[in-house]
Ligand binder design. Structure first.
Ligand code: FSX
Ligand code: SF4
Ligand code: F3S
Length: 378
């Protein structure tokens, strides 16, 4: 790969040439693009031109900005801040008050038709939008004004994508996401609470390299990041398919890394690439399910923040085995494995499938004994 790698590039991007090229190739691959596209991306990142970015923070918790800044190696935040000219971001800029608002207006005027507008947070509409005002202007007016001169609009986080957490019923401020406000141009949505900064960076680099946005789905989400169910790429999937579930936080199944479906994991109805690209440290970081917590569906409207955490996910074409007993019963309560096995075998024999169920029950008994031995340190 031949790129223009100057002496100052390593210092500027915080990585070696080899790391940088590997990173660009991996980014292209994660977007379903070729190594040639990776080379074009590398050139675009190294080019001195930096698009102006106006980043408005509205009804939110600043988690989107935080997740971008807390990225580790390769230093995503350095890359992001190096390839864009972040002209306005309340959390990061030194100026405040009228000075900051003047800087925003000056940048919007100087870069009219060329800047990228990033929206973080929901936009309240109830009572004339008075529940979120900055510099005397409502969030809605500010968004419409900034969107008018933008070359591209990116709604980062679930709040900006559809309303997210602030829109949870009964939605006291009547807030909505950016696509409900901006109707005359496409809005890229990068949901997640917080979203993965890698998906944001990839979208920006795609725009920078090819002068257009990546392919989007019907909700405005880049297809490269949101076309697969979490359940499809989950490292616990084999446990789901074999009926091995954690039934309570801290039980033997949970400690053994079993599937979290019965603890309310929404992976089967949530589209995102969390298990593939992870958080924090791309390639060796972690993600909610990886740390033992069920996915709450934070990237999916009507799932994250609306469906109770304990509620079971809707399954599309996948049914977990329902015939397996719990891994560990509380003392003196519930059925034992043996008695549950007999009951299931009787029911299954009546349904004509006894042989396979008994086989599975026998397998599960052996596994359960092994778990108990592991738990007791034998
Ligand atoms: Fe917070 Fe962003 Fe959640 Fe929302 O991320 S992490 S509440 S999606 O707008 O700041
Ligand atoms: Fe993974 Fe959740 Fe699916 Fe289980 S239900 S396999 S933990 S995504
Ligand atoms: Fe959110 Fe689930 Fe990913 S909770 S961060 S969509 S694993």
């Amino acid at each position: 790969m031949s790129i223009t790698w100057g002496r100052e590039s390593a210092a500027r991007l915080g990585m070696s040439r080899r790391e940088f090229l590997g990173f660009c190739t991996a980014m292209a691959a994660s977007m379903g693009l070729s190594a040639v596209a990776g080379e074009a991306m590398a050139e675009a990142i190294l080019a001195p031109r930096r698009p102006a970015v106006i980043w408005l923070a509205l009804q939110e918790c600043t988690g989107c900005t935080e997740s971008m800044l807390r990225a580790e190696h390769p230093t995503l935040e350095k890359l992001i801040l190096e390839i864009i000219s972040l002209d306005y971001n309340e959390a990061l800029m030194a100026g405040a008050g009228h000075q900051a608002e003047a800087a925003r207006r000056a940048s919007m005027a100087a870069n009219h038709g060329k800047y990228v507008l990033v929206l973080e947070g929901a936009i309240p509409e109830k009572d004339g939008g008075i529940y979120c005002k900055i510099g005397g202007q409502t969030a809605k007016a500010m968004v419409l004004e900034a969107a008018a001169g933008a070359a591209a609009v990116i709604a980062i986080g679930s709040c900006a994508s559809w309303g997210g957490m602030p829109s949870t019923p009964p939605n006291p401020t009547g807030c909505v996401g950016a696509p409900s406000i901006i109707k005359d141009k496409p809005v890229v949505t990068i949901p997640g609470c917080p979203p993965n900064p890698y998906n944001f960076l990839s979208t920006v680099v795609h725009f920078l390299t090819f002068g257009k946005l990546p392919e989007l789905d019907h909700l405005g989400r880049p297809k490269f990041a949101y076309s697969r169910l979490i359940h499809e790429n989950c490292e616990r999937r084999a446990h789901f398919d074999n009926g091995r579930f954690a039934m309570e936080f801290g039980d033997a199944g949970h400690r053994a890394g079993y599937c979290l479906y019965r603890l309310g994991c929404k992976g089967p109805e949530t589209y995102a690439n969390c298990p593939s690209i992870l958080f924090g440290d791309v390639g060796s970081g972690s993600w909610p399910v990886g740390t033992g917590h069920p996915c709450i569906g934070c990237t999916e409207q009507h799932v994250g923040f609306e469906k109770p955490i304990h509620a079971l996910a809707a399954l599309a074409g996948q049914t977990p085995p329902a015939t397996y007993p719990r891994i560990v019963e509380e003392q003196g309560q519930g059925a034992t494995l043996a008695s549950a096995g007999v009951l299931v075998a009787v029911a299954a024999a009546a349904a004509g499938g006894g042989g396979m169920v008994m086989h599975n029950i026998g397998k599960r008994e052996a596994e359960s004994e092994r778990d108990t031995r592991r738990e007791e340190g034998k």
